[in-house]
Each structure stands twice: as structure tokens, then as C-alpha cells.
Design a binder for this molecule. Structure first.
Ligand code: BG6
Length: 487
């Protein structure tokens, strides 16, 4: 079946920076059906040629010389049209419909616009007859800033579209390394018997960035690291790491298992937020040898920075999943901007048996660790003990690492969004987030915000380029642990 893709907000930042390059990768990988048509809709008039030129400039910059092919661009561009219009207006959509859309084609509508106009746009889509049973709607975060505001946004979508029609993007689920978590856990039978509180001491999930908030300050100051990263990306990674084996790899099974994890997350009461969470905000410092301003020292002529902002650019949380498999296993989450390196990984720290047969004088016997690197390098490492070769008395041991790297095992020529676009075109919701998941994630995050508010918990400063606030180290030290694999 032929598909028409309508991108509303079609010449905005998200579309130009992310969406067209990702669609180009589908073309590059011969995954874009030849009869797909892409329509970018925006209010500012421009010719098709002008629109192509704009996309071309962004695309070349974004995909880089190695993956850019003039021939592929030509075939990609032949699928792209510009449709002028204000999608909140029924008349504008109706004229785009009569001019461009073939009633027999499947229609995918991508809302690359702020959520506050989702309701109006969906209403117009419905009234002008663009919502057929096969129509799909794609949206992405920010989907609210609390459970309540999410439900309001979702109600607006649900007035027009059914849950089966709505594809909620979390771009982390489009990452190869994140999908590999599913493969690692369920295509390798050796892990399953060990994947529980009996053998696992604790888990760490880290997503650190070196970038600051830059020109997104105005948005970010209303959001902060917890809403921007934890509510969605980190909790989705946590779900894939912790969920029960789904009956099969379809959307219904996978999403149901992830939801169970979110519902089993222990809500952190106000009386415990000081002990279980850390909020940080970067001050000035050096990142990769370059001096950078602190969060409240960022400047722009587009917005006014609040010098007293208490928005967190770093957060660390000790979470717990209250179910049979995980009860008693702390799960430490941390994410932040302007840290010492860009680095995302999951560390599974296994327990160590109480009885040691190796002499301590010669060696330190360490418990095993499974390290799942998500980015920038994707791979899996297993830290394990082995004998130190030589004629030393006894059997001295030391720890070494078994490495598996994705990059050596197949070249990836697409990005996270390409994979997700591909699945939207195939009508597969497995890697998209259900409304119930988003709601459950907000419920957990809302509780943390309520605790911070009630206890007036302030942000701790950390210098840009550092490993984060000192209190984040203490969060683990109190439990006799430390952040692992710091590099
Ligand atoms: C986005 C956040 O969702 O994810 C950004 O809004 C963040 O603040 C980005 O920088 C990180 O994504 P990635 O793919 O670079 O890890």
C-alpha cells in the first residue's frame, strides 16, 4: 500500500535537523518504498525547489560526506513536496488534501509542533476527513510536564485517534544499542537464571552529556534533567533491562511487560527524597579544555536567564522495583549535562560468594560486572577473573574484560529516528511508548517533584566538565558502593 507522510511543522528545527536526515537514511538503505510521498507542511510559503534546497543544506551537514550520495539525494528529493498551510485550520488541511493526498493511500501524520496545538490540529485533521482507520499519528516528547498535563494532551489526541493509531516516539528505543538489550537478555539463555535479586547486587544506569543547554535554555528551564531525560529515556532503558520476558516481540507483549515495571517502581516519599535523590546544576568550568559558562551564566538575546534558577541539569536517583525479581536490588540512575564525557551505559553488578578460596595477598577477587555500553561506543563487556600467568605460588587471579563491540560487527548507516520511521511505515508499535507507560512514568516522576517541593530541596552546584555533584558520590557511598566504570 502506498504511503503519504505529512510532516506538520515541516520546515521547523526538529524536521530539518532530525526528521529529513533520518528519512534520507531509509532511502540510503533502500528501505523507503518507491511510492512513498513526503509532504512538509508549514505556514511560510516557499516553492518546492526552495524547500528542497533548505533540506539539502541541513541534510549534507547532518549526514556527513561518508553517507551523503548525490544519487540517493535525487531519489529522496523526488519524494518530497512542500504544502503551505496552517494545520490548525480545517480549510488549509482540506485544500492540501484535495491538492495532494490520494484517498487510497495510507496517511502518516507527524506532529513536529508544540503539544499545545495538538488538539486543534487533530480536530482539523478529523473534520476534513484525513483521519481514516489506517491513518497513523506520530508524536514525541515533551508530552506534558506531569501526569495531569500528559493526560490532558492525550485526551486531545484520543478524541480523534485510537491508541492503535498513535505512535509516541522515544528516540532511545530507536537506538541499536538499546534494542540490543532485548537481544542480549532474551537471545542468550545464560543470563536469565542470573537476572534477579539472588545474583545481582545492584544496577547503575548512566546517561551523561558534555553539551550544555545552549539556546534551549527557555525550554530547559521549565523542564530540567528529570523531565527531559529520566521520565522517558532512562525509564525506558530501565524497563527493557528489568522487564519479564515478553511472550513474543509484538507491541502488545513488550509494552505490557514494560508497563508492569513502571507500575512496580516504588514511589519515593517526601521524607526520603533527601536520601534517595540528588539534584545538581552546572557552574562554569572547562569541557574538553574549553571554558564554558555555568547554567545561569548562559546568554542569548532570545530569552532572559533567571540567575536564581533552581532547575536541575543533573539528577541521580536510587530507585527500586518492588516485585519478585528485583525487590532489594537498588537501581541507581544518573544523567546530566556539561559532565566530563558523553557516555551512556548500564552496569549490572553481580554478587560475590562469601567464601573466597584465592589468597588475598596475591589478588583481589572482584565480583563480576556486565557492562552494556549504549553510546558513544556500543557494545557489551563482561568483567571476569582469570589466572595471572606465571610461576607465582598458588593461583593468583586478576580481573579482565571480555569485550563485544557493535562497531566491529556491522556498519550502521541509519540513526534512531530512521528505525522508528521504518516501523511507523510498517505499522509496528513495538518500539513506541503506550499512553499507559507515559502515564505511569509521570506518576513516579511527579512524586519526586512533590518531595523536592515539600522539602525545598535545592540544587547542588557542580563545575562544568566534572563528574557531577559530590552528593551523587555520597548517594552510593552511603550504601558502601561507588559509581562503576568511570573510565
Ligand atoms: C533529548 C533531550 O530527548 O535527548 C536532550 O531533550 C538530550 O536534552 C538528548 O540532549 C540526548 O539524546 P542522545 O541521543 O544524544 O543521547
Amino acid at each position: 500500500m502506498k504511503t503519504d507522510l505529512l510532516i506538520i511543522g515541516g520546515d521547523g528545527d526538529l524536521a530539518l535537523r532530525k526528521l529529513y536526515p533520518s528519512l534520507y537514511y531509509l532511502e540510503l538503505n533502500n528501505c523507503m518504498p518507491a511510492d512513498t510521498r513526503i509532504f512538509g507542511m508549514a505556514r511560510t510559503g516557499q516553492t518546492r525547489e526552495e524547500f528542497h534546497n533548505k533540506i539539502y543544506t541541513w541534510l549534507k551537514k547532518s549526514v556527513g560526506d561518508a553517507l551523503f550520495s548525490e544519487e540517493k539525494w535525487q531519489s529522496f528529493a523526488s519524494k518530497i513536496w512542500f504544502a503551505q498551510g496552517d494545520a490548525t485550520k480545517e480549510d488549509d488541511l482540506a485544500s492540501a488534501k484535495s491538492e495532494y493526498f490520494d484517498n487510497d493511500n495510507h496517511l502518516v501524520i507527524y506532529l513536529a509542533i508544540p503539544p499545545m496545538i495538538f488538539g486543534k490540529v487533530c480536530g482539523s485533521v478529523d473534520k476534513c476527513g484525513l483521519n481514516k482507520p489506517t491513518t497513523r499519528l506520530v508524536v514525541e516528547k515533551p508530552l506534558g510536564d506531569s501526569r495531569e498535563s500528559f493526560l490532558a494532551i492525550n485526551d486531545e489526541l484520543a478524541r480523534t485517534f485510537s491508541e492503535e493509531q498513535i505512535f509516541r516516539i522515544d528516540h532511545y528505543l530507536g537506538k541499536e544499542s538499546v534494542q540490543n538489550l532485548i537481544a542480549l537478555r532474551f537471545a542468550n539463555d545464560i543470563f536469565e537464571p542470573l537476572w534477579n535479586s539472588r545474583y545481582i547486587d545492584h544496577i547503575q544506569i548512566t546517561v551523561t552529556e558534555t553539551v550544555g543547554v545552549g539556546n534551549r535554555w527557555a525550554f530547559y528551564d521549565q523542564t530540567g534533567a528529570t523531565r527531559d531525560m529520566v521520565q522517558n529515556h532512562l525509564l525506558q532503558v530501565l524497563c527493557l533491562m528489568a522487564m519479564e520476558p515478553p511472550a513474543c516481540l509484538n507491541a502488545e507483549s513488550v509494552r505490557a511487560e514494560k508497563l508492569k515495571v513502571l507500575n512496580a517502581l516504588r514511589l519515593i516519599p517526601a521524607s526520603e527524597v533527601q536520601d534517595l535523590t540528588v539534584r545538581g546544576q552546572y557552574s562554569s568550568g572547562y569541557v574538553d579544555g574549553v571554558e564554558v559558562p555555568g547554567y545561569t551564566g548562559e546568554t542569548s538575546d532570545k530569552y532572559e536567564v533567571d540567575p536564581n534558577s533552581q532547575t536541575e541539569t543533573y539528577v541521580a536517583i536510587k530507585a527500586e522495583i518492588q516485585n519478585w525479581r528485583w525487590s532489594g536490588v537498588p537501581i541507581y540512575l544518573r544523567t546530566g549535562k556539561r559532565l566530563n564525557k558523553r557516555h551512556s551505559e548500564i552496569v549490572i553488578q553481580f554478587k560475590q560468594s562469601n567464601h573466597q578460596i584465592f589468597e588475598k595477598d596475591h589478588s583481589e577477587h572482584r565480583a563480576n560486572q556486565l557492562i552494556i555500553q549504549l553510546q558513544p561506543d556500543a557494545g557489551v563487556s563482561l568483567r571476569m577473573m582469570h589466572k595471572i600467568p606465571g610461576l607465582d605460588a598458588g593461583i593468583p587471579v586478576e580481573d579482565g574484560v571480555l569485550n563485544f563491540s557493535f562497531d566491529e560487527n556491522g556498519k550502521v548507516t541509519h540513526d534512531a529516528y530512521s528505525r522508528l520511521f521504518f516501523d511507523v511505515l510498517r505499522n509496528d508499535q513495538t518500539l513506541f511508548v503506550s499512553a499507559a507507560e507515559v502515564e505511569a512514568a509521570w506518576r513516579w516522576v511527579d512524586q519526586i517533584f512533590a518531595g523536592w517541593k515539600e522539602t525545598s530541596m535545592s540544587v547542588q552546584e557542580y563545575p562544568a566538565g566534572s563528574r557531577g555533584p559530590a552528593l551523587a558520590e555520597e548517594l552510593l557511598e552511603r550504601d558502601g558502593r561507588k559509581w562503576l566504570n568511570e573510565g
